[in-house]
Design a protein around this ligand. Structure first.
Ligand SMILES: *Cc1c(COP(=O)(O)O)cnc(C)c1O
Length: 235
């Protein structure tokens, strides 16, 4: 259940966020529809996710399968089928679950994971859009393949069954100037497009740095707090 006041709050947040993205696009000399907003609903209840879909927000993101799978099931049971984007670090043993509901996986960062996702998608009779997460500073603890491993992984994703290489994703490393981070990601995008010319998507930008991401050419921004509000600290 979503209260009326929560629904109004989500609508206002969504409107404000869309306007801010459009303004960033205008500043970058890009059409407003060149950036896709993904509302990251992690830690928020399925009712919020449902309200967003009803407000016309088709793309939703989650970062943990344990939370995303039941949320996706709850929305599906209510007849709501958003485009689900899985954006978090992913263990191979979760591939089967994620491939059942996700349309996009933004965090493909190693060949065995690509193969597991591809085989799982195939088993489900589905196709997954894959983005390769790049670790821009080479510290892979937060997920991502080092820049030097990108090309080989792009080849592996292209070779995997039921996966379509769509582009690259990154999180700006802590302490980095976002503009510098996203400029490097643009170079990574060129590498991915040399492997597959269709891999043109660039998933970059969170609530704190999406303007810099749009200026650098992001085609997808992943926003949680801007749309849903501050999250409770994780236990
Ligand atoms: C949580 C999360 C986001 C959204 O972060 P906000 O700061 O709430 O906008 C984006 N991308 C990933 C990978 C995340 O885990």
């Amino acid at each position: 259940m979503t209260t009326r006041s929560r629904r109004i709050q989500l609508r206002d947040n969504l409107d404000r966020t869309r306007e801010a993205i459009a303004a960033a696009c205008a500043d970058a000399g890009r059409p407003a529809d060149s950036v896709r907003l993904i509302a990251v609903t992690k830690t928020f209840p399925a009712a919020d996710a449902a309200a967003l879909v009803e407000l016309g927000q088709a793309d939703l993101g989650e970062n943990r399968d344990q939370e995303a799978a039941p949320k996706a099931a709850e929305l599906a049971a209510a007849g709501l089928e958003p485009v689900w984007h899985f954006v978090g670090q992913l263990q191979r043993n979760k591939a089967r679950s994620v491939a059942a509901y996700a349309d996009w996986v933004h965090s493909v960062d190693r060949a065995p994971l690509a193969n597991a996702l591809g085989n799982a998608a195939l088993a489900h009779g589905r196709n997954l859009n894959a983005l390769i997460q790049v670790s821009l500073d080479g510290d892979t603890a937060r997920g991502g393949v080092p820049v030097t491993g990108l090309e080989a992984l792009a080849e592996a994703v292209t070779a995997a069954p039921a996966l379509t290489l769509k582009g690259v994703m990154a999180v700006a490393p802590l302490g980095w100037d976002p503009a510098k981070a996203f400029a490097l990601l643009t170079e990574c995008s060129a590498t991915a497009q040399r492997v597959d010319p269709g891999a043109t998507e660039v998933s970059a930008g969170m609530s704190g740095d999406y303007r810099a991401a749009v200026l650098a050419g992001a085609t997808m921004v992943r926003l949680g707090r801007n749309v849903l509000g501050e999250r409770e600290p994780m236990a």
